[in-house]
Design a protein around this ligand. Structure first.
Ligand SMILES: [Zn+2]
Ligand SMILES: [Zn+2]
Length: 139
């Protein structure tokens, strides 16, 4: 798949049967629809999964950031802001093909989830450290 930001080929990162597409140039990450949910589900993070289910219903965010095209259907994606204070701007395909995180945004999100939910759930910690591992480790 081609990165919606810099048009480079993305690499596939696999972890516990979940595949993500990762751009080594801009560090952006594409989650196919269901993959992020699957990952959270496999770790028993129902709460975090709910949070993702709601993402599609979020209103379009007002942003000067350029619209990105879905790497699957090449329709323009919707911008949505997640996080009360952080305001992470992610791109979502309205055809539900998946979601796009710019470089660094996944880390912001995982930090955010960790902050909202104090470290008492081990499984959540696992997902957070997994995401950090994947997206901060050079391939
Ligand atoms: Zn890129
Ligand atoms: Zn799409």
């Amino acid at each position: 798949m081609i990165c919606p930001v810099c048009k480079c080929d993305m690499i596939v990162v696999e972890y516990h049967n979940i595949e993500l597409d990762y751009c080594t140039t801009c560090k952006g990450v594409w989650f196919d629809s269901g993959e992020l949910e699957l990952l959270l589900e496999s770790h028993g993070l129902e709460e975090a999964k709910l949070f993702l289910d709601n993402i599609l219903d979020y209103p379009e965010a007002l942003s000067s950031e350029k619209k990105r095209k879905c790497p699957i259907c090449s329709h323009k994606m919707k911008k949505a802001t997640i996080g009360e204070q952080l305001k992470i701007l992610i791109d979502i395909c309205s055809e539900e093909h998946g979601l796009w995180f710019d470089g660094g945004e996944v880390t912001q999100l995982t930090r955010h989830l960790a902050g909202e939910h104090p470290p008492k759930q081990d499984s959540r910690e696992q997902v957070i450290s997994f995401l950090e591992e994947v997206f901060e480790a050079p391939e």
